[in-house]
Design a protein around this ligand. Structure first.
Ligand SMILES: Cc1cc2nc3c(=O)[nH]c(=O)nc-3n(C[C@H](O)[C@H](O)[C@H](O)COP(=O)(O)OP(=O)(O)OC[C@H]3O[C@@H](n4cnc5c(N)ncnc54)[C@H](O)[C@@H]3O)c2cc1C
Length: 465
């Protein structure tokens, strides 16, 4: 048995062979005949075949250097159909790319083949004024989409901290939650994705209109079981969120506030807690005093009507208001770009030996945090995010972890599990291993229906293998 069962030491077994030169030439000729421009230069393919997997020292040696053999950009659904048909005819594998900000190598082709670049398939097709339900194409950048919704008084319910670059398609197929998860839970929770337009991959591809239950198995499936060409989702009424930074001299009081604030009726869209050594290394927005080294901080997005009560509550919470500015109007980084995996990004930029984990903490959270700290000391730095999970307010933990090799990381994972934490493993290649570890039969069945030859993003859906 492997000493590190949660951490892969090789690529998944059973990957298809890379495409032959003859297959690639035939594919390229078909694409050119259809008016598309196949990309084949080493530089272009290298640029297309990279994402944020470098945050994981486990994935880095496995995925580094893997490349698509052919790339193509599309801007219409007809072009997606043409590419899917060519891949189906020539039996060449196809991996879809949004903005390539995923952290698990979601859009890294494990077996070469074609990389489908979708950033120009990016229209907001429709926004229903009465309900706020919108339909948009997958390549739209989330901040552009949000801006367009804001014109009609709406906003995205959930966004990753990478919203300035990440696409809608990549978020639904490869992301999970982020800003808004405190109120709205996670992307796979029923009620977010209401319908999807999907292209199958076969010699004669189909353009399918799936309702919410039909689209569900494609949600967070890394593009392994269909290509999104449009997504219909619910939005929220726009709120002029206030960015708020609170400081606490004591970590246990900061933790208490992180537990109490989301359990109140104050309208909050995000709450991120960072312990002092993390706060000291973050690049704070202009006007926000840098952290002195001993202050633990809470980063909030709060509705304007939450501010008076929040301020009057602070003495009791033993916290202090350090900074406040309306979102979208402050200078420098927006506060959300210090949260979620941006916290990891900023700390890694100063110390590349840091990596991270993603844990849902048991309740009450204190004993698990104390148990982990007692054993792992400064090898773990606390970064928590308030989320709503299965209808309950919880705290997720994205600790910064000092990398001391796979065996130590596995020991830490085992210890966290012993203490009741649920792991969402950021050092895994497959859809299943990055989630709850179990095969979802509906995801596999959808792959049989929409990708019968198994050409989409090979190696990422363990249940297919
Ligand atoms: C600093 C940092 C912070 C982050 N913060 C968050 C966060 O807060 N929350 C979060 O959930 N994630 C976060 N992420 C991960 C990532 O940024 C998001 O999940 C993002 O939404 C992915 O979008 P993308 O366009 O970059 O997708 P990509 O990385 O390009 O693709 C992701 C997956 O989607 C598939 N895909 C893309 N388009 C389609 C399509 N049209 N049809 C089918 N499949 C498709 C790809 O094949 C791939 O498997 C973070 C990453 C970094 C580096």
């Amino acid at each position: 048995m492997s000493l590190t069962p949660d951490l892969p030491s090789a690529l998944p077994a059973g990957l298809p062979p890379a495409a032959s030169p003859e297959q690639l030439d035939a594919m390229a000729a078909d694409l050119r005949a259809a008016g598309l421009k196949p990309l084949r230069s080493a530089g272009e393919l290298e640029g297309l075949s990279a994402d944020g997997f470098v945050y994981s020292p486990v994935l880095q040696p496995l995925l580094c250097g893997l490349r698509a053999q052919l790339g193509v950009s599309v801007s219409t659904v007809d072009e997606v159909l043409l590419v899917a048909a060519a891949c189906g005819r020539h039996q060449v594998s196809l991996t879809v790319r949004g903005a390539a900000t995923g952290n698990y190598g979601q859009c890294i082709p494990l077996a070469g083949g074609l990389l489908l670049e979708t950033s120009s398939l990016n229209r907001l097709r429709h926004l229903e004024a009465s309900s706020g339900v919108f339909t948009a194409e997958p390549g739209i950048v989330l901040s552009d989409l949000d801006q367009q919704l804001q014109h009609s008084g709406r906003e995205l319910r959930l966004v990753p901290s990478t919203m300035r670059t990440a696409t809608l398609g990549g978020y639904v197929a490869g992301g999970s939650g982020g800003i808004g998860s405190l109120r709205w839970g996670f992307l796979r929770d029923p009620g977010h994705l209401l319908a999807a337009e999907v292209v199958s991959v076969e010699p004669q591809p189909r353009l399918l209109q799936l309702n919410a239950s039909g689209a569900e198995p494609l949600n967070h499936a890394y593009g392994c079981n269909g290509i999104f060409t449009a997504l219909t989702m619910a939005s929220a009424a726009a709120v002029p969120w206030q960015q708020v930074v609170l400081e606490f001299p004591d970590w246990s009081r900061a933790l208490e506030a992180a537990q109490q604030l989301p359990a109140s009726a104050l309208l909050l869209n995000a709450l991120c807690a960072v312990e002092a050594p993390v706060a000291a290394r973050l690049p704070w927005p202009q006007g926000c005093p840098p952290a002195g080294g001993s202050g633990h901080r809470l980063l909030l997005l709060a509705a304007p009507d939450a501010m008076p009560l929040l301020q009057s509550w602070l003495p009791q919470l033993a916290g202090q208001l350090i900074w406040q500015a309306p979102q979208g109007q402050s200078r420098g980084l927006p506060l959300r770009e210090l949260t979620w995996n941006h916290t990891t990004l900023h700390l890694r930029s100063q110390d590349p030996q840091l990596t991270y984990l993603q844990l849902l903490l048991p309740q009450p959270e204190g004993p698990a945090l104390e148990g982990l700290k007692a054993r792992w000391g400064d090898d773990l730095l606390w970064h928590l995010e308030a989320v709503r999970s299965m209808g309950r307010q919880r705290l997720a933990c994205l600790p910064l972890v000092r990398w001391r090799g796979p065996e130590r990381l596995q020991e830490l994972i085992d210890h966290a599990r012993e203490l009741g934490c649920l792991l969402f493993n950021p050092h895994a290649i497959t859809v299943e291993d990055g989630g709850l570890g179990v095969v979802d039969a509906d995801q596999v069945a959808a792959k049989h229906r929409y990708d019968p030859a198994g050409l989409l993003n090979p190696g990422k859906l363990r249940g297919w293998a």
